[in-house]
Design a protein around this ligand. Structure first.
Ligand code: MN
Ligand code: MN
Length: 327
């Protein structure tokens, strides 16, 4: 493209270097470390290779590496909206955050510090997990003090449980309870889409509903369909800043078998794309796709699903920059 500002921050074309060749970065973007990226990068793609918050089947620590590999299939132009995210925004692979595979609290501190630095550098993050607990330190890094985020949350699970295993407060089942308690999330501007599966106790749902979270269980999802659900998401989020968090177990396990806590009866990949496209115009300040666990799907198809959803979110973030400028 002719736009010199973004010339360096472009995916390597598959018509230049074949897609199976080269060192895999997210979407074949250049890998740039944070200090250099400070002045130049609008959107950073980041991996958080960590699954120490997993309560059941592990493996999401391997997600970012396989998602980078499968992201070689991404191209420049969104085939429905025509959006060309790499023409609008300078994008780069900022690598993986530091993690400590044997210390949960230390990992939360390391990841949170990385995202604080990103925010100071005025870079919008698009993250590949990792299990869903990683969204908590991301939000700790990017939420403005006194201005809690809204969230469009795709998941089979609410992730608003309180304690596990004798009182432990941090697992991938608890991030949004903690985020609301910490004032990072405004529960009245949170919508959860695709919730299903058996509960631990009959009152499991009560806490989130009492906070004012809009919960769309899968039965309501199928009654409404993806377009109306997206309309409802826009209503709930309103004009304020919002985060998009996509747990691949919100999809039916037919489409995303490589995940730690699969629940049958979810939505299709195409319906997920339709819902994400329906979020155009929201003030999206960051997003993630989490819970891709390659050991449970060595074919890589779950990782391909994950990175394709990342591309959908990337287009939303680039459109937001085009409309409103850098955050
Ligand atoms: Mn989740
Ligand atoms: Mn889940």
């Amino acid at each position: 493209m002719s736009d010199g500002k973004h010339a360096f921050y472009r995916p390597r074309s598959g018509a230049d270097l074949p897609r199976f060749a080269g060192i895999p970065t997210f979407m074949r973007l250049p890998h740039v470390d944070l200090p250099k990226a400070t002045a130049e990068v609008d959107i950073g793609l980041i991996g958080v290779p960590w699954d120490g918050g997993t309560t059941n089947r592990p493996g999401a620590r391997h997600g970012p590496r396989q998602m980078r590999d499968l992201s070689t299939m991404m191209r420049n132009v969104h085939h429905v909206t025509g959006t060309m995210p790499f023409n609008i925004a300078s994008c780069a692979d900022l690598g993986d955050t530091s993690v400590n595979p044997v210390d949960l609290l230390d990992t939360l501190a390391r990841v949170g510090a990385f995202y604080k630095d990103l925010k100071a550098a005025n870079i919008m993050p698009l993250t590949a997990g990792g299990d869903h607990l990683i969204t908590l330190p991301v939000m700790r890094g990017i939420a403005e003090p006194g201005q809690p985020l809204g969230m469009v949350h795709f998941d089979a699970h609410t992730d608003t449980w309180d304690r596990y295993f004798g009182g432990h407060e941090y697992t991938h089942g608890t991030p949004f309870r903690r985020a609301i308690e910490e004032g990072l999330l405004d529960p009245k501007r949170v919508i959860q889409i695709g919730i299903r599966g058996a509960l631990y106790t009959p009152d499991d749902k009560d806490w989130g509903l009492e906070q004012g979270i809009r919960v769309i269980e899968i039965e309501e999802y199928f009654d409404l369909g993806p377009e109306k659900v997206a309309t409802e998401a826009r209503r709930v989020i309103g004009d304020g800043p919002c985060y998009v968090s996509f747990d691949v177990d919100g999809l039916d396990p037919v489409y995303a078998p490589g995940t730690g806590t699969p629940e049958i009866g979810g939505y299709t990949t195409h319906d997920a794309q339709v819902m994400l496209r329906g979020l155009r115009g929201l003030d999206i300040v960051g997003g993630d796709v989490v819970e891709v666990s390659p050991p449970f799907d060595m074919s890589g198809s779950t990782a391909l699903v994950g990175v394709t959803l990342m591309f959908e979110i990337l287009c939303l973030m680039a459109e937001r920059i085009e409309m409103r400028g850098r955050k």
